[in-house]
Write a protein that binds this ligand. Sequence first.
Ligand code: HEM
Length: 426
Amino acid sequence: MSEGTAAAPLGTKADPIVFDHESPEYAARWAEEFRAIRESRCPIAWSGAHGGYFVPSRYHDIVAIAQDSQTFSSAKQVDALTGNVTGGVLIPTIPVPTAYPIETDRPAWDAYRGFINRRFAPKAAEARRDFARRHASLLLDQVTETGEIDFVADLTGPLPAIVTMEMMGLPLADWRDFAEPLHEIIYTPKESPEFAGVALRFQAMFDRCLVELRRYRELPPQDNLLSAFAHEPFEGRLLTDDEVLGYCNNILSGGVDTTTALTTNVLVYLWRNPDERQRLIDDPALLPTAREEFVRFFAPQHAVARNCTRDTEVGGVPIAAGDRIYMPWGAGNRDPAVFEDPDRIDMARFPNRHIGFGAGAHRCVGSFIARVMFEEMIKQVLARIPDYRIDFARARRYRSIGIINGWMNMPATFTPRPRLSREAPG
Ligand code: HEM
């Protein structure tokens, strides 16, 4: 955040702060930017970027907004005639179909979220642990003999894609057709020459979801999400194709690259801090508290947006109907009023009321399966290639981390080891 010339900006609409979550400055200094806003005269400040939006910086303000989903809407409106899109959870708004349930409000949200809750419950996530472990191991088998890995391309990207595809009932043999576009769509700049190709491959993924949905409609019910979408009654009817695609969009886009980003950031941290790496190896019982601390610290899903539906006030700041709000979970997670020494990773931190999985109604439905996938990837790396060394000079961060705090690649080397299996992942 720029402090202005004569005096720091007030952070009001008349005197906005200079803040853009899509900028390289944000990627480099986001924690400092939020500290400055938090300590300023206006801890819920107005930025003029992207048509203007509020930036709350304190934990309690962010939670208060997330918990009042009537006033602070997530719903997206698509004009049937013009195709114009307003609202939704992304700043800037992009013209893609509504994601379910994340871009719906109560009472519709209750029905959409209720329809999938059971399939993401702790027991359902735990039931996938062996599958996640086996695939993390098979993915490592592809590289262990070479002594070289790109963590993102070879492990942290593919594993969440494969596990999520298995939950959905998508064909695992084609995991590359999903893992790659889900990652590329996040980091490829929209104005770059590559974007058109990435967008086509991203769209092909949803075309494939539709083909599979139609196939499941012809088959007896099976135990996966697409089959449930095809057969189970929703409010006394079957879901439309658009609703199913909205679910696919939310579950695939919301679930895969977030877990990739978390695990990649943690692998970097453990490489930079060999004592911490050894501590996790020596004491695996630390993993659950360490995992929550990593979600707090890195906030892999950095933020979403909300849309104010009526004139109101939060923390003394007036917010008007129609105003947009950027909801930085990462800022709340670094608030010293809630977390002691918030800019330090404490793998034993407990309690840890972080908001890395959100807060309020829309809190992440995939948090349990995300935890399972993360743990199995980290455990496999620490068991099989514990001496990995990251070639950080060749690592590239996302140009914009305002939505996902991730890395395009993460090359590393390690002492080569025999593979455990000749089986291919997927
Ligand atoms: C470390 C990994 C993950 C992080 C940090 C994360 C973070 C979040 C956050 C912050 C939200 C709240 C969004 C809001 O308030 O608008 C959310 C919602 C959601 N997440 Fe995750 N997520 C992760 C993994 C997953 C996975 C693995 C899945 C599915 C396979 C998933 C599916 C969803 C869905 C469907 C929602 C929308 C829930 C609703 O609107 O009711 N997430 N996630």
